[in-house]
Design a protein around this ligand. Structure first.
Ligand SMILES: NC(=O)c1ccc[n+]([C@@H]2O[C@H](COP(=O)([O-])OP(=O)(O)OC[C@H]3O[C@@H](n4cnc5c(N)ncnc54)[C@H](O)[C@@H]3O)[C@@H](O)[C@H]2O)c1
Length: 460
């Protein structure tokens, strides 16, 4: 494809994005006018490609197809692991390298869905945005804070429609939870107890620390160089490819990275938590990932402090995972159960108790508050209901609006999780976070983990 053709396509793609309209208007009104004429038809088919489709990414592809997306191509570094999905869509073009795919397909696709492990989200999403593609990217948005910030800036710069894969963000239950908080159902919120008790053996892999140094042949069909992508190279082991990478520091973000964007999304939205001012981790058994290994501890308790803002007081968020259950708040009703995975939002008049993914099972406590805000007397619906998360993204593309968990929102949510994942490396220390300088102010060693440290040949 010629440079000229690329830049035309590129610009047209940009023009179909929401943010870029304003940018262009300030730069060149004539172009902005042209933009109006080049908008996608609201009913237009959105042509898209799936990248990393062997597991969750494959489900995302199915979900986008179910909502009318037109699948053009599938890309996966592991033709065996992705074989089922490849077979399901025989007409989709198949690729191994997303860079080759983006170049070759050019204007044949409008959008991509990314379901690769956490450590490759950023390079893939950024490359797609540079090509003017709208992006649906699985959670957490990236592996490090600087990658998250770069993706947020990239989404603004390229004016594309983005959606983080925290699908519960599009559920009715998260909306109801926000509306309860905004209606003052539980009064002034001061504390959130949240956490996750799932897949304990996956996030902590201390039992396999010795085994990952043994030699294993790379299985046929897997391009392991590409799987490692931008991060420092480590020899292949089946202990992290596929799926188990989430428990290994070089590739995954542990329980907090995997679950925070689901579990804390309701509080983050309802209370506009933004960035914390400090984060403090305690870990089980004195395990220190920085000095002792490559995997996450078997249990963590991470305390974040969020400053007061816009009509609400300061809020403490206490995250628990692994073997440490979520703290039972004072006055927690004896006939209710602390969720194994979920959150309890505590205010001075009551609590909201909910599970994961969009505040599943959300309910008010105590009974008097519950009765006061019963369905027949529910607060006004302040947030529009959407069909589902993948539909929301497609609809946003077609109608020139932003999706609910766009990179601006999903990036800030992910950032908190990643700050927690860094704190795990400094157990017992309170790390002070400065959101403006994007730095910890009292620990330089911790700042080193904000950066992805890509190997040669890779950049954002
Ligand atoms: N939203 C949810 O409910 C949910 C559930 C599970 C996983 N996830 C997220 O989905 C992502 C994938 O997780 P998973 O459990 O499916 O992992 P997985 O290891 O099972 O699958 C990842 C897929 O990506 C492919 N892949 C890896 N690197 C690639 C690259 N550079 N280019 C193309 N393909 C590549 C792999 O071959 C594999 O097919 C993660 O970010 C995870 O956090 C989200």
């Amino acid at each position: 494809m010629s440079e000229e053709k690329f830049s035309k396509i590129d610009r047209r793609q940009f023009l179909s994005g929401v943010g870029v309209g304003a940018t262009l208007l300030s730069v060149n009104p004539a172009l902005a006018l042209q933009e109006e004429q080049e908008k996608l038809d609201p009913d237009a088919k959105v042509n898209f490609a799936g990248i990393g489709v062997g597991s969750q990414g494959g489900s995302d592809v199915d979900a986008v197809v179910a909502e009318g997306g037109n699948l053009v191509a599938l890309c996966d570094v592991d033709s065996k692991y992705a074989a089922k999905k490849f077979a399901q869509y025989p007409n989709a073009k198949k690729f191994k390298d997303y860079r080759v795919m983006l170049k070759e397909l050019g204007s044949e696709i409008d959008a991509v869905v990314i379901g690769t492990p956490d450590h490759t989200h950023a390079v893939i999403a950024m490359e797609a945005m540079k090509h003017g593609k709208h992006v649906y990217c699985e959670k957490p948005l990236a592996h490090t804070v600087h990658e998250v910030r770069a993706l947020m800036a990239g989404a603004r710069k390229y004016g594309v429609i983005t959606q983080l894969g925290n699908q519960g963000h599009s559920y009715d239950t998260i909306r109801r939870t926000c509306e309860w908080v905004w209606a003052g159902a539980i009064g002034q919120v001061h504390t959130i107890y949240a956490g996750c008790g799932e897949f304990k053996d996956v996030y902590t892999q201390t039992r396999n620390l010795d085994k990952v140094n043994q030699h294993y042949d790379v299985p046929e069909g897997l391009d392991y160089e590409l799987w490692v992508g931008p991060v420092p190279f480590r020899e292949y082991t089946p202990f992290w490819v596929p799926w188990n990478w989430r428990g290994w520091l070089p590739f995954g973000t542990g329980t907090i990275g995997d679950w925070f964007c689901h579990v804390v999304d309701p509080s983050f939205w309802a209370l506009d938590l933004g960035a914390p001012t400090s984060v403090h981790a305690e870990v089980a058994g004195g395990y220190n990932p920085t000095t002792q290994g490559l995997t996450y501890p078997s249990a963590t308790k991470i305390t974040f402090e969020f400053p007061a803002k816009k009509g609400r007081g300061a809020i403490t968020l206490v995250w628990h995972d692994g073997e440490t259950p979520i703290t039972k708040p004072q006055d927690f009703p004896s006939d209710d159960e602390v969720p194994r995975t979920g959150a309890i939002i505590v205010g001075d008049k009551g609590m909201i108790v909910h599970g994961s993914h969009g505040a599943g099972g959300t309910h008010l406590q105590p009974a008097s508050v519950r009765e006061q805000f019963a369905d027949t007397n529910a607060p006004a619906k302040k947030i529009a209901r959407v069909k589902n998360h993948h539909w929301d993204w497609l609809d946003a593309i077609r109608n020139q609006r932003q999706a609910g968990s766009n990179f601006e929102y999903g990036g800030r949510l992910t950032q908190v999780a990643l700050l927690g994942a860094i704190a795990i490396r400094f157990p017992g220390e309170t790390l002070q976070w400065n959101e403006h300088s994007v730095k910890f102010t009292n620990n330089d060693a911790a700042n080193d983990y904000l950066d992805p440290h890509y190997r040669k040949g890779w950049k954002l």
